[in-house]
Design a protein around this ligand. Sequence first.
Ligand SMILES: Nc1ncnc2c1ncn2[C@@H]1O[C@H](COP(=O)(O)OP(=O)(O)OP(=O)(O)O)[C@@H](O)[C@H]1O
Length: 681
Amino acid sequence: MWLLRCAHPVRILLPLRGEWMGRRGLPRSLTPGPPRRRYRKEALPALEEPVSPVTTTEIRQYLRTHGIPFHDGHSCLRAPSPFVGFSDFSNLKKDSPTSFCLFIDKTTGHFLCMTSLAEGSWEDFQASVEGRGDGAKEGILLTESPEAADREQVLRIWNRAIPLWELPDPEEAKLARVMFDLTKVTDDTLKRFSVRYLRSTRSLVFPWFTPGGSGLRGLKLLGAEGQGNEVQYVETTIPRPGAYHNLFGLPLISRRDAEVVLTSRELDSLALSQSTGLPTLSLPRGTACLPPALLPYLEQFRRIVFWLGDDLRSWEAAKLFARKLNPKRCSLVRPGNQQPRPLEALNQGLSLPRILRTALPAWHKSIVSFRQLREEVLGELSNVEQAAGVRWSRFPDLNRLLKGHRKGELTVFTGPTGSGKTTFISEYALDLCTQGVNTLWGSFEISNVRLARVMLTQFAVTRLEEQLDKYEEWADRFEDLPLYFMTFHGQQSIRSVIDTMQHAVYVYDVCHVVIDNLQFMMGHEQFSTDRIAAQDCIVGAFRKFATDNSCHVTLVIHPRKEDDDKELQTASIFGSAKASQEADNVLILQDRKLVTGPGKRYLQVSKNRFDGDVGVFPLEFNKSSLTFSIPPKSKARLKKIKDDNGLVAKKSSSGKKGAGHQNAETCSGQDPSSYQPDPSP
Ligand SMILES: Nc1ncnc2c1ncn2[C@@H]1O[C@H](COP(=O)(O)OP(=O)(O)OP(=O)(O)O)[C@@H](O)[C@H]1O
């Protein structure tokens, strides 16, 4: 586990590399460019305890103390690089491109030298400045090149691919253009961006060049599959997504360019560049993430316009990315009917420069007027479905009650000891993660290996121990999920957990954090004598984190001791009422009285701030796949309940809000297992 060994402020385990998968060794390069050089991590002291994160002020102070000049940039500090032979900083030429080529991330302290391509953590940098035996100054740097197999494959594909306009069969060329909506994109544009076509897989091939444009670092293949009247695009990257950090279009950017438009797809960048002539780059993984390692490449721009897509998700992603880049220099194109994504706008004959002019500043002061909010409100109103969040694919009843999983909310989850809380919440989070919700797990009770084993089994929906020959295949797919684990185990201080979460939001664009469970943060509090006050304080910290970072936090809390024959209620959550007051959603795993058979549980939504629908639905445990699934016959058994005490149930056969209201019945204290399925089809 390389991140555990390096002197990093917070400890995060990369997605299943190293520890238990053990298939891949070193982490891959994190920025566009030629094979990276990384410090020998072995030369650095191993950390027993996480150290506190560095602040921009501390970085500045350190540089001043050591007489290193620097420029303050948007998201990085620029300094002369100690890795290109400068020792006397007083003689530096400020304008020379190589003299201030070290970029230090203001948030993490991570550095990248654009000239030597050395990179490392803040501690690595300090060690090298102080000559603390890491060998950097002597040039002992490890070269991490792309895996040989990847490199060969990249070259093989690239050499077999040909430019679209060189396809011998005009019909094939026409079909390819139609498939990818490229009928209005000219050969000249495709040529400038070096886009090719692979006939055998009918895919477009987008290259990832090294900064000088001399070498090929990777590729993205874009296939198009017809689904009825719709076309679905399928992306494949070499190297795999976690290591694919191509800012497509970078070789076309000149050092003097001060403005850029960021898109989420290569096709959009082609359309934008052709119609506006503006510099444009597309993000390697669309709206999924903006890895901080790309920030140095965006430092030169005084203005950055995000035009990521035509849906609310793109809008939300743009707002989050703008925070990393410094919102004051960012503007966002608002999605809407008259503002589709760039390629669509080109095909519809719209004026792309006009749409760009409507971009709204990303920066809001602390106090805003409705005038500044009106566009966002309109966005929510015209995308009601998306405003409700990401929908679960395995838990349709959760969708009916909660409507979806939204950023910035706090969900409190409770249930009796040993009832299957971890097992359920693992599948609930996995479901979202498979749909692109970047997830960070804080499992303090069970080890990450155990948790990952449960998750992998749920992911494969099969008993993997009996099919070990399939393990690699499933593990490969699982590895590509945007899933991260904190390496904490046992009691932790809330401060270090929140610091880790903050780091994960910045570095991995995490938008869902699962904490299992809160009791593990209470022991280290100074006022541990007052456990309830300690819990209130911790819940308050998670609430604030969720709101400030637009990140959903799911918090598992043990219930207070209650009679065995009593169902749990919102008030059964351990501690004062603070947890349920602060929570947007309260979920309870019920297994008392309600049990009608082995493995049967009920999930109760007892608070739903988004639209108020509460209710309960059955969960059936499948012991071999460790999943909870709803048996088809009981799908109609969803009940909507007014509150914990006065249960007013409404039968809902269609699952739509309002269905069956006339059937409302009072069933306070009634055993939900005695609810009858709605007989209507
Ligand atoms: N519905 C169920 N029926 C039977 N066994 C279950 C069910 N749900 C989970 N289990 C099994 O019970 C064990 C405990 O589950 P889990 O760790 O998820 O419970 P928990 O509520 O998180 O426990 P704790 O209160 O200790 O945190 C696991 O081995 C799991 O596979």
